[in-house]
Design a protein around this ligand. Structure first.
Ligand code: ADP
Ligand code: MG
Length: 343
């Protein structure tokens, strides 16, 4: 057997296995790129659950003509230069793999125009070694990425695509989570040319709850308990619903990145248990802001988890912060009082 370097496309397809699981994962990577590019408006168009088309348009910084090819190649990123940067991550992306991976398993076109550049250009990658072709195109300031025919060349992956409806519901759920990560960005989601979600930018902090209610349910505006705790370096804020609430939407964020982190969920659960004895958690939307040097996001390619350098300290901080707002469960009394009020 001889040892050979894998052709670029195959290497990218293998890497795609880690981050591109389904249409929603493509949407996640592309929307995160738009956010990293400073976009304040993002439009997501989906056709047939993303099987046929995923298109993301943004009004962000754009990519210069000379960098279009580079943007599509593996390990190419503008977000990281050194190990020191890796230990102090302030962007959502940094691996430089998403565009290369996605373009290796789909038909991808990238159109972009930075403000300072007069004309817009479009790139698409094709062929075994992913030779990129660049041509002029009409496009406003910002970037549009179109991903067509996801997994057309990887039948084994395509087989795992679920129905249009299921795949779209994953995208919808993802967009909800992202919408709550950045209140200042307006986000539109369409499916088969119909507007499904429209989240307008909320620039005043007091408007945040309006979006929370729109995304996570009215209960947050009506009964949500606001928490704010800690100081610069380690802070927590957000909303918690009263114990027993039927709304169980549970979102957590670390430095504006959505998370499903075991340590965070454990601390929240413990807080509810200690105060109210509740086994069933109500809904919450919780933001943790921590010095980026105190947390490692490079744990998982899709970055669903983090590793806190001082896990115990963060855990206990979350526990105490949540305990302050959880109202003790009063069992029978609470439900009786509510019955009377309703009559
Ligand atoms: P990463 O986000 O990890 O850097 P990607 O493969 O997702 O890697 O993107 C590669 C590079 O392409 C980014 O670092 C960025 O410079 C550029 N890029 C991607 N999407 C956009 C966008 N929507 N607007 C501006 N630049 C972008
Ligand atoms: Mg990226």
């Amino acid at each position: 057997m001889s040892i050979e370097i894998l052709p670029a496309r195959l290497a990218n397809q293998i890497a795609a296995g880690e981050v591109v699981e389904r249409p929603a994962s493509v949407v996640k990577e592309l929307v995160e790129n738009s956010l990293d590019a400073g976009a304040t408006r993002i439009q997501i168009d989906i056709e047939r659950g993303g099987h046929k088309l995923i298109r993301i348009r943004d009004n962000g910084a754009g990519i210069g003509k000379d960098e279009l090819t580079l943007a599509l190649s593996r390990h190419a990123t503008s977000k990281l230069k050194s190990l020191d940067d890796l230990e102090n991550i302030c962007s959502l992306g940094f691996r430089g793999e998403a565009l290369a991976s996605i373009s290796s398993v789909s038909r991808l076109t990238l159109s972009s125009k930075p403000k300072a550049q007069e004309a817009a250009w479009q790139a698409f990658a094709e062929g075994r070694d992913m030779a990129v072709q660049v041509k002029p195109v009409a496009h406003p300031d910002g970037t549009t990425i179109e991903v067509k025919d996801l997994f057309f060349n990887t039948p084994a992956r395509r087989k795992f695509l679920r129905t249009e409806k299921t795949e779209f519901s994953h995208i919808d759920e993802l967009i909800k989570r992202i919408a709550l990560s950045r209140f200042d960005v307006s986000i539109t989601l369409t499916h088969n040319q119909k507007v499904v979600r429209q989240y307008r930018a909320k620039t005043e902090p007091t408007q945040a709850i309006t979006r929370v209610a729109q995304v996570a349910g009215k209960a947050f505006a009506e009964q949500g308990l606001h928490i704010q705790s800690g100081e610069s370096g380690l802070q927590l804020h957000g909303w918690v619903l009263p114990v027993g609430s039927a709304n169980t939407t549970q979102y957590t964020y670390v430095n504006n990145r959505m998370m499903r982190d075991k340590l965070i969920l454990h601390a929240i659960r413990q807080a509810f248990e200690e105060v109210s004895g509740a086994q069933e958690l109500p809904g919450f939307v919780i933001y943790i802001d921590i010095d980026p040097r105190q947390v490692d996001v490079n744990v998982h390619p899709a970055k669903h988890e983090v590793r806190f350098h001082q896990g115990r300290l963060v855990h206990d901080f979350i526990l105490q912060a949540i305990k302050q707002v959880v109202v003790p469960l009063q069992g029978e009394f609470t439900s009786q009082a509510q019955t009377i009020e309703h009559e």
